[in-house]
Design a protein around this ligand. Structure first.
Ligand SMILES: Cc1cc2nc3c(=O)[nH]c(=O)nc-3n(C[C@H](O)[C@H](O)[C@H](O)COP(=O)(O)O)c2cc1C
Length: 164
């Protein structure tokens, strides 16, 4: 399989934009913009997040044992850009953008997100460049479910609207 062909096909797959956060053992928060996130099981309530090991979250979450998936609204696009490394802010400074609180696990939770899933890390599975974080959801927070979702497709941010 040629990787450019794979990339071109994946570009057309629309994804909900999230910021996956964690609180390190040293107390420092970190976050990363991620679309490779989805629901795993309802019983127990669980999610997966596929995170590059070169990112802060990919390094820290397997040790810290906590992470929180924050699903963004269209209005929160600046948060997505910040946590994708598209500004000069790095590490904990990125939390200056958006309104963040501490969830039960200690991971940062974003006010006004469509939904946030505060997780205890159940397993971290390495695959090639990435680590697959499997989280058992302790609590769902900050529901703003009627807001327009932030969606990423074909290299750009957009939103979806309910079909008429
Ligand atoms: C829309 C979008 C989706 C992304 N999805 C993922 C993802 O699912 N997993 C991942 O590891 N990186 C993803 N990235 C890349 C990270 O956000 C990016 O590498 C970030 O700069 C990592 O920050 P750090 O290396 O400073 O910790 C995505 C970026 C964008 C813009």
């Amino acid at each position: 399989m040629d990787k450019d062909t794979f990339r071109a096909a994946m570009r057309q797959v629309a994804g909900a934009v999230t910021v996956v956060t964690t609180r390190g053992l040293n107390g420092e928060p970190r976050g990363v913009t991620a679309t490779a996130v989805c629901s795993l099981t309802v019983e127990p309530p669980s999610v997966v997040a596929c995170i590059n090991r070169e990112t802060w979250v990919g390094q820290i979450a397997p040790e810290s044992g906590n992470f929180c998936v924050n699903v963004l609204t269209k209005a929160q696009q600046p948060v997505a850009e910040t946590f994708a490394g598209r500004t000069t802010l790095s590490g904990a400074e990125r939390f200056q953008v958006g309104d963040w609180q501490d969830a039960e696990t200690g991971a940062p939770v974003l006010d006004g997100a469509i939904a946030s899933f505060d997780c205890d890390l159940e397993q971290a599975v390495d695959f090639a460049t990435h680590v697959i974080l499997i989280g058992r959801v302790r609590k769902t927070l900050s529901e703003n479910g009627t807001a327009e979702p932030l969606v990423y497709v074909d290299g750009g941010f957009t939103t979806t609207r309910p079909a008429a």
